[in-house]
Ligand binder design. Sequence first.
Ligand SMILES: [Zn+2]
Length: 280
Amino acid sequence: MPRLADPEACVALLVKTIKTLRASLGKERGTLSGIGLALPGFVARDRQTCLACTALGWRNIKIGAMLAERASLPVWVENDAKALILGEQLFGPLKGSPDFSMIFVSHGIGCAHIVNGRLLWGNAGGAGEISHAPITVDAQKALPCRCGNRGCLETVASLLAIGNAARQAGLPTNTMDLTRLAAEGHSDALSILHRAGSAMGIATAQLIQMLDPSHVVVMLDPALKDGVYGNALQYEAESHILHWTNAHTMINFRDFEPDSFARGAASLAARYFIFGHGGV
Ligand SMILES: [Zn+2]
């Protein structure tokens, strides 16, 4: 589905797509109990309002209420990373684990935590917004971020940052070609991916020190996972965590797939409208 910045157009496309999908199921379709919506931004506790979304330019958009009215169904809105981890808690390999974190590296970077069996929310729903945590201490080298600050993790370690750095170096911007060049020893390609992966590794070590999760699942583009980015991430994370207990955090890499968010959103609907969980 294309990404639409206009909320009305976004809702119209969602409603149309749901109708088309249900029609395609024919006699197989069951009862539709509700809709889960995952978006890359802050969500208010009412689960209806997007407070801020840098990627779409949204501020205080009542996207849940708009969709519920048009679809005549209840809607649960959640931040994309939080939707992913709630899906993992319900259906994934870490189902039942009381303390774990998930990170995804895409155009931006998302992160969420389950602590003592519950989603870590924070004061205003921002717990886990690792993407905009500062990673660069040298103000001269801190790049401007989409959020308006400088030196955020996203400006170094995201696909957006890697693509920008590759473009400036005259290299291909897709991760597959860039990783191949790095594997062949191209110094600029190596440098870009190593710097990005190292920054992500340091950020991973920081969250491990703060929360002591049993697992950190890092969802990566397959080309990044198996190349210098993934190796640098693992090395830096392992180098900066304390190994003072026998039960140290497991860092698990997984492929980030195009439908990962859709499955996370679907799990919201299952959680709140089928299984009847009340709140988080
Ligand atoms: Zn930022």
